[in-house]
Write a protein that binds this ligand. Structure first.
Ligand code: NAP
Length: 241
């Protein structure tokens, strides 16, 4: 297949959906992954307006069987994986560390950190054989600084950055680039209902649009970023400056 093949997890909504639409417009073949079938199908329809080469795979990124399934679907349908946007994630209910329920902590780590790890584990194996590939892991501003009342989330995103840097070092020699993005607040379902004052949103006094995040992802996977590897790129309007 001549077209580039991209897997995007968490593609049913928000940053994942916007990235899928943008990459489809750039004529890429897309494997959409989400565990919400309705949202996944909606993204699939939107993507197919730009490029018919797209499939949706139902998967829970925290389960290795499901991760193997979406990697196999990409290979079986399109023969290769050029791009991996390791993006699915959840927020946990705000709580002081001492009050976080153990199950709540386990869940956010399972989806955000183990899910990112499993994606890397199985996609890197394929890319290593190809001797090429580019990966963007969605971390967060909460991956580079503490996040009051979101301790489990902050821990999971710090972990995603650890995985990113390690993967960049281990797989750079195989022609694979691995970077992380760290959005601040973005207008998606994740932030719906969360109150924040303009000052809390940082110097730009507003949240980002999903498109503003997708544009940076699009740059990172492009040849314009051919020497960017192991980078932890903030997209937070200066929030963590
Ligand atoms: P979103 O609109 O909620 O999209 C996330 C998507 O991932 C949803 O479709 C969600 O399904 C799906 N998902 C959740 N758990 C999954 C699982 N176990 N397996 C497969 N899919 C799963 O949120 P978003 O803002 O676009 O978030 C995308 C990424 O950006 C996340 O990693 C998030 O942590 C990160 N991020 C977001 C912000 C922000 O302010 N929005 C800031 C920094 C970083 P459901 O809708 O059914 O849960």
């Amino acid at each position: 297949m001549k077209q580039q093949v991209a897997i995007i997890t968490g593609a049913g909504s928000g940053i994942g959906r916007e990235t899928a639409k943008l990459l489809a417009k750039k004529d890429m073949t897309i494997v959409l992954v989400d565990f919400d079938d309705n949202n996944g199908q909606e993204t699939l329809e939107a993507v197919k307006e730009h490029n018919q080469h797209a499939i949706f795979v139902h998967a829970d990124v925290s389960k290795s069987q499901d991760v193997k399934k979406y990697v196999a679907a990409a290979k079986e349908n399109f023969g290769k994986i050029d791009i991996f946007i390791n993006n699915a994630g959840i927020l946990s209910p705000p709580s002081l560390l001492g009050d976080i329920e153990e199950e709540t902590f386990d869940k956010v780590i399972a989806v955000n950190l183990k899910g990112a790890f499993l994606g890397l584990k199985y996609v890197l194996k394929e890319m290593e054989q190809q001797k090429s590939g580019v990966i963007v892991n969605t971390a967060s501003a909460a991956g580079i600084q503490g996040q009051p009342y979101l301790g489990g989330y902050a821990a999971s995103k710090h972990g995603v950055i650890g995985l990113t840097k390690t993967a960049a070092i281990e797989y750079g020699p195989s022609g694979i680039r691995v970077n992380a993005i760290c959005p601040g607040g973005v207008v998606t379902n994740m932030t719906k209902g969360l109150e924040s004052s303009p000052e809390e949103n940082g110097p730009m006094r507003r949240l980002a649009t999903p498109k503003e995040i997708a544009n940076v992802i699009s740059f990172l996977i492009s040849t314009n970023a051919s020497y960017v590897n192991g980078a932890v790129m903030t997209i937070d309007g200066g929030l963590t400056s």
